[in-house]
Design a protein around this ligand. Structure first.
Ligand code: IMP
Ligand code: MG
Length: 177
């Protein structure tokens, strides 16, 4: 199947069944490791909204969920772009926090989030990403739960966008080259 988003052509890459199985597998793994701790899932918007919804529906333990967004803006000083987390009003002290990411590419976003969470005094911070591009990853932060490893290709669908569109596609497409 082919889909066109603005100027780009995308082709089918990962079907709904495969995504569903990966999400259920992640939910089970996290449940097995953390159901006694009542974890807080921290979903990184916008991309993770669909993944978060499906993961939580398959997580059969006590948990809470919070949503944050990474805003970038130009700082007043000449140091360039400063990123801050918006929406993080939850008290995370002594909590087990499990970050939910749609995809980890270079790891820059993840690294920024972890840095900013450090002063929230969580007892532990774990990372769960539905998709991961090992060939693009430049950080040493361990990714504790990985759904599907993919090659260094641009993908859309299931929450992921190309310039804001394509998030509603129920399976994953990759950029046709
Ligand atoms: P990183 O900071 O390079 O790890 O990239 C993380 C963010 O970039 C993700 O949360 C996505 O929002 C976006 N991103 C990275 N790769 C893709 C992709 O293949 N499709 C759509 N968005 C992507
Ligand atoms: Mg994201």
């Amino acid at each position: 199947m082919i889909t066109h988003l603005y100027d780009k052509t995308f082709e089918s890459f990962i079907d709904e069944k495969t995504i569903d199985a990966a999400v259920k597998n992640l939910a089970t793994q996290i449940f097995n490791d953390y159901h006694e701790k009542e974890p807080t899932f921290l979903s990184i918007l916008n991309g993770s909204f669909m993944f978060t919804s499906d993961l939580l529906k398959n997580y059969n333990g006590l948990c809470s969920v919070s949503f944050i967004k990474l805003a970038s803006y130009v700082g007043e000083k000449s140091t360039g772009n400063v990123k801050s987390l918006i929406g993080l009003d939850e008290n995370l002290e002594d909590k087990t926090v499990i970050i939910l990411e749609d995809i980890i590419d270079t790891g820059n976003t993840l690294s920024e989030i972890i840095t900013q969470l450090k002063n929230k005094k969580a007892s532990e911070i774990k990372v769960c990403s539905l998709f991961f591009k090992p060939d693009a990853y430049k950080k040493s932060i361990p990714i504790d739960y990985i759904g599907i490893k993919i090659p260094n290709k641009f993908i859309v669908g299931y929450g992921l966008d190309y310039n804001g569109i394509g998030r509603n596609l129920s399976h994953i497409y990759k950029l046709k080259t």
